[in-house]
Ligand binder design. Structure first.
Ligand code: FE
Length: 333
């Protein structure tokens, strides 16, 4: 992998067709490096990566047809569907992708593909929460949880994904009431990231929190955070209508003006392959999107996830309403 600046990337487009793929990534270097190495090893195609924290779509729009980028890597369905809506992606037709990635995890037109899933689950205090106390997402609004819940901001994409899913399942009015109920059960106003909520459980400030599954793996791998992780259990809440646990994706898309279409397609197909899906499972503690590949032993040890199979695109369509509701109930206030 070569991690280089935009200026270098831009000049690369003036060169004759090299076997290379230029990637704009919201995903961190340590998460994707093993995948880039595996790809180059198996195809001989080099990768260049620009790691971004924000403004990926804006940058692609500003660069227009001169953009050196071939590939977008990001988490969150709404970021992927926004990229599609903003016209910075292109439809990809690939039998390999269709065979490797279930239909519910990819855009029907091929503008984006999920490569991993992550559950939005509940971390529960081993000491203060009973084995069958956590049931549904709806139940988090029950007064039995008063003063016991910690969460990050309601406006974060992870929270908005769950709120958008709640709208899809129960409608807007029920979701507004649910948000008000959860807010009134909070032990403190929303703050910090997913791991900070587990630390708060460990410190006795609250009993349960909302978080993504893979943070359990990340905390266990960190000497300071291991104790926090060991103070909680992973619980898999479901929706009352019989649907499973809310999942979101990390995904890949080809840019609208990709200069290296063939190589970019090879990269996308590699990410969906059993080899890359095993790397995802082991390195990032997420669930492989390819059903042929099992989650890592560690992830499996947290329990079986029964994912909500509701179409992710349908959930993403509610994201603006989700944000409006969160603001209307002043969830973070
Ligand atoms: Fe995360």
């Amino acid at each position: 992998m070569r991690s280089i600046l935009l200026a270098t990337l831009a000049s690369a487009t003036a060169l004759p067709a090299l076997a290379e793929v230029n990637i704009y990534s919201y995903r961190q270097p340590e998460l994707i490096q093993p995948l880039l190495e595996g790809f180059t090893e198996s195809t001989g195609i080099e990768t260049n990566v620009a790691f971004l924290n924000q403004g990926l779509v804006e940058r692609l729009k500003a660069e227009g047809e001169r953009s050196p980028a071939d590939i977008i890597l990001t988490v969150d369905i709404s970021r992927l569907s926004t990229a599609e809506e903003e016209g910075v992606t292109q439809a990809v037709e690939s039998q390999t992708m269709a065979d490797n990635i279930p239909q519910s995890l990819r855009d029907p037109e091929g503008h984006w593909f999920g490569v991993t899933t992550r559950g939005r689950i509940v971390y529960a205090s081993k000491e203060r929460v009973g084995e069958d106390e956590v049931t549904t997402y709806e139940d988090l609004a029950d007064p039995k949880w008063e003063g016991r819940i910690c969460t990050r901001s309601g406006t974060h994409v992870y929270t908005l994904g769950l709120v958008a899913a709640m709208i899809e399942h129960n409608g807007e009015e029920a979701t507004r009431e649910w948000l008000e109920g959860v807010k009134s059960n909070l032990a403190r106003s929303p703050q910090g990231n997913d791991r900070a909520q587990v630390r708060a459980i460990w410190a006795g400030e609250c009993d349960i929190s909302l978080g993504n599954t893979y943070y359990m793996g990340a905390m266990l791998a960190d000497p300071e955070q291991e104790e926090w992780a060991n103070s909680v259990r992973v619980e898999f809440p479901t929706f009352e209508d019989g649907n499973g646990t809310h999942v979101n994706i990390s995904g890949v898309a080809m840019t609208a003006n990709a200069p290296h279409r063939e190589d970019a397609l090879a990269f996308m197909e590699y990410l969906s392959s059993p080899e890359a899906q095993e790397i995802y499972a082991d390195v990032v503690n997420e669930y492989p999107a390819n059903p042929e590949i099992a989650p890592s032993e560690l992830v499996a040890s947290w329990g079986d996830i029964e994912p909500d199979t509701t179409d992710l695109g349908a959930i993403a369509d509610h994201r603006a309403d989700a944000l409006r509701l969160v603001e209307e109930v002043n969830f973070d206030g």
